[in-house]
Design a protein around this ligand. Sequence first.
Ligand code: ADP
Ligand code: MG
Length: 693
Amino acid sequence: MRPESLFPLFAPVTSLAGVGPRIAALIERVAGARVANLLWHLPTGLIDRRYTPLIAEARAGAVATLTVTVDRHLVPRNRRQPYKVLCFDETGSIALVFFHARSEYLLRILPVGETRIVSGTIEYFGREVQMTHPDHVGTAGESQKLAAVESVYALTAGLSLRVLGKVIGEAVARAPDLPEWIEPHTLARAGWKTWREALIEAHAPEDEAALDPLAPARLRLAYDELLANQLALALVRAHTRRVPGRRIDGDGRLRARVREALSFPLTRSQEATQAEIAADQKSEHRMLRLLQGDVGSGKTVVALLAMLNAVETGAQAALMAPTEILARQHLATITPLAEAAGIETVLLTGREKGRNRERVLAKLASGDAALAIGTHALFQDDVAFRDLAVAVVDEQHRFGVHQRLHLAQKGGGADLLVMTATPIPRTLMLTAYGDIDVSRLTEKPAGRRPVETRAMPIQRLDAVVSAISRALADGAKVYWVCPLVEESEALDVAAAQERYQHLEQLFGARVGLVHGRMKAAEKDAVMAAFADGPVDVLVATTVIEVGIDVVSATIMVVEHAERFGLAQLHQLRGRVGRADKPSSCLLLYAPPLTQAARARLNILRETEDGFRIAEEDLRLRGAGELLGTRQSGVPEFTMADLAVHADILSIARDDARMIVESDAGLEGPRGRSLRVLLYLFERDAAVRFLRSG
Ligand code: ADP
Ligand code: MG
């Protein structure tokens, strides 16, 4: 249960004074729906209103806060003229200028003869001093409040700084004192204030230096965010480890047969990683390991060997893929190999229904099927294994951390191997997986050829189409990926359909189309026709997993490549370059390119090294904006910025490790504070692990 002290922060923003549904919707767009989201919405700049000159001294262009007496209102004769309010002090006069003003309102806030504080930008119009639409108008008593530093926040159309600033001020005022969760030494060494003090300070920067992400108040808040993340991951890991693992150490007979059945020798990288995994399986700890390797680096075989190791001991193994198509593809790869080893493999996805499903469930329960391949349907409540010893999750950057937590819970004492094709930089890896063991496939199987990558404007479509036409005459297979239209699968599909019709007119039945809205059976049929059938050009949206493996494909065309992230383009390109013929990747873009988009396309032309591409991606756009971020399961932070906060991330990791070693149940006094931290950052799932622990 969320602690009561946090209730006010988790109330909707409409619980703040002056926030109705209309403002709330705008706030939700920039920050979030809850009061806490406003706390995390830190200033991006400031306006210094402490300059309080007399009128005659006021510098043009400066933001100034003046104390003036209202002289008279000059009501315009027509709508085009501005409304002016003339004011003065002992040194001179100033005209406050308003367009489209309501005189009734202005007479109320600037009554003739009264003293008022006005704050805004000083302008000179000829000899006349002016201030157009003052940002603030207040009474003499408010001078202290107005002549201050004002925080500037990221806004959205319809939401003014005045409104948002006020609402955030209220949210911050609501922040309770929370018990300290940072270890006293760390706190003292860094010279950090309490959470509440840091929050107040971060929202009230006195100067530019206070806006630096390394300024103490901001650093502390970023640390808190990272600590919550690292602690949650560390708790999950501790939980996985607490369930006693089992020693899996097969005799190698099935693996030997599979190796014989393979038409190729394993790469050195595959040998090394499978040995690491086997050693981990042999230990009595429960395995929690990430197998990281670029698209096409051959992860499946490595996973199969790990699964067979378990099967050799009489246990079962499961492989879960993110999509149905990928599950079927794994099945197609693995079944013949498993047959060579004399074991039965079953498939379980959302499409196995009725009798068929019952038959599969029975085989899993009896242990007749040693290997199960499927989607998350494999881990539904009514699926029981006789003796599951290892679960492999092919993440293909689709699953989030949550599914992973769920799986860790479900799998009982089974070893867990997560495969990912996203080459994540070290810092991001830490935030996505915590302190997980990692095996890396660093080399590609022999016979891989470099892919020639070219970028060209969409205007050259005709030239591209004729090149494709020539390649088709030579027997090529072509992927044609259509643009991702933001937030609209329907538009995605329409774009793909249009391109399909266009190409079909030229190449007839050799063109196929797959998209996310098709029925699974239809998709399968098209995919099969592309893999070894009459279809040679496959038009696809990215909604459908392009992680399919068609070795003979040699051309990848990506339309509107400028809309894709580097990682995504790299993944797409990885689908070609496996055949014995040279391959190419054509990145079609719609000019003009932004500088960032141009840089992305250039990097792709320069390198095929996934790790380098990932680092460049992080450098170019910052962790928070990595387009692949959401897909790769890397959490997004609001206050921490991994590009600048890598140091405190490792401190947070060490801290989390120590906490879990000394008080894994979070029962001690600091442990209780840390529970509050987890709730504050909505890591409730991790807290549940404590109880079930
Ligand atoms: P990924 O790492 O993307 O999952 P896969 O496991 O799907 O890669 O392997 C991609 C292709 O490479 C498959 O067709 C597979 O049979 C082949 N392959 C795997 N290992 C080797 C190897 N050592 N030598 C040659 N081909 C290999
Ligand atoms: Mg794969």
